[in-house]
Design a protein around this ligand. Structure first.
Ligand code: F6P
Length: 323
């Protein structure tokens, strides 16, 4: 291995830059040349890559987002797209690729691996729904920003006897909703994996009001079938049963931006460096993740097309504790 390329792909995640820095410097320490591909697989297809030196990745460990840029590339999902990507890598003389991203991105890595190209993935998505890792780069930051918002909403909710519906990120996965619901003491948590019917939410809120609660928090994952907006419309029709005043807050991309936490920086640094070691070992076609706090390589064949489920037992725990 003499020349490698790195790309960040899919939704950006706080900590991606720390992974880029670690992979770049780890590779340079081995005497390799490193290229940064701009804007994920879209940049691979457009052949936009520049050499990265140690100084180019200086001062980025604390920065949110990704200095390489990111994108979702439908074109790369086709056979023609994969072929074009491979041809660009080969004509540049790149002999190994590190892909930092989530599920869609690692499916792309797997396609390249199937074509015989040496590729190593790095687990990164705020959703934490990747199989093959307990945690992903970005989730700790996103959970903490979401939690801070919930804590703030609770204080104002309490002053006005209001119930707040809080929509968290997570199109297909309720991990952020679940963790912040538990840590934020939510009355109800609604996830795509385990829906709660609007009438049941109304009942639970009404019961909480009757028990003398001064506020209530309902955390709804973006991807839930009964989304926060629809739930709010339903609540308005049942205001009398609920008791609390009602407000809706959609957190959206606010929680994906900004400074990565220490945990995300450390995880990203370990995974980025481990990806270089893995390329050097010659065993590629794997994704680097953290299992039981140990860095682990899981074959992309096991990861592609699969997601990691949330722990639904925690939803029941949250329900019991919301007394
Ligand atoms: O990166 C994951 C994620 O933030 C999901 O939680 C969210 O549903 C989605 O990306 C949003 O994607 P986009 O930034 O393309 O709107």
């Amino acid at each position: 291995m003499q020349k490698i390329a790195i790309l960040t792909s899919g939704g950006d995640a706080p900590g991606m830059n720390a992974a880029v820095r670690a992979a770049t410097r780890g590779a340079i320490a081995r005497g390799w040349e490193v290229y940064g591909i701009r804007n994920g697989y879209a940049g691979l297809l457009a052949d936009t890559m520049d050499e990265l030196h140690a100084r180019d990745v200086g001062g980025i460990i604390q920065r949110g987002g990704t200095v390489l840029g990111s994108a979702r590339s439908p074109e790369f999902q086709s056979d023609a797209g994969v072929e074009k990507g491979l041809s660009n890598l080969r004509s540049r003389g790149v002999d190994g690729l590190i892909v930092i991203g989530g599920n869609g991105s690692q499916t792309g890595s797997y396609r390249l691996h199937q074509e015989g190209f040496p590729v190593v993935g790095v687990a990164s998505t705020i959703d934490n729904d990747l199989y093959g890792t307990d945690v992903t780069i970005g989730v700790d930051s996103a959970v903490n920003v979401t939690l801070e918002a919930i804590d703030r909403l609770r204080t104002t909710g309490s002053s006005h006897q209001r119930a707040f519906l809080v929509e968290t990120m997570g199109r297909n996965c309720g991990y952020i909703a679940l963790m912040t619901g538990i840590a934020g003491g939510a009355e109800v948590i609604v996830t795509p994996e385990r829906e709660v019917e609007p009438h049941e939410v109304v009942e639970r809120l009404g019961a909480a009001y009757s028990r003398g609660k001064t506020h209530a928090i309902v955390v709804v994952a973006e991807g839930a079938k009964h989304g926060a907006r629809a739930m709010m419309d339903y609540f308005k029709e049942h205001r009398g049963t609920i008791g609390f005043g009602l407000r809706l807050t959609t957190l959206g991309h606010v929680v994906r931006g900004g400074v990565p936490t220490a945990a995300d920086r450390v995880l990203a640094t370990r995974l980025g460096a481990a990806a270089v070691d893995q390329l050097a070992s010659g065993t590629t076609g794997v994704m680097m993740g953290s299992l039981c706090n140990t860095i682990a390589a899981t074959p992309l064949a096991e990861i592609a097309g699969r997601t990691k489920p949330i722990d639904c037992a925690l939803l029941e725990l949250a329900r019991v504790l919301a007394q």
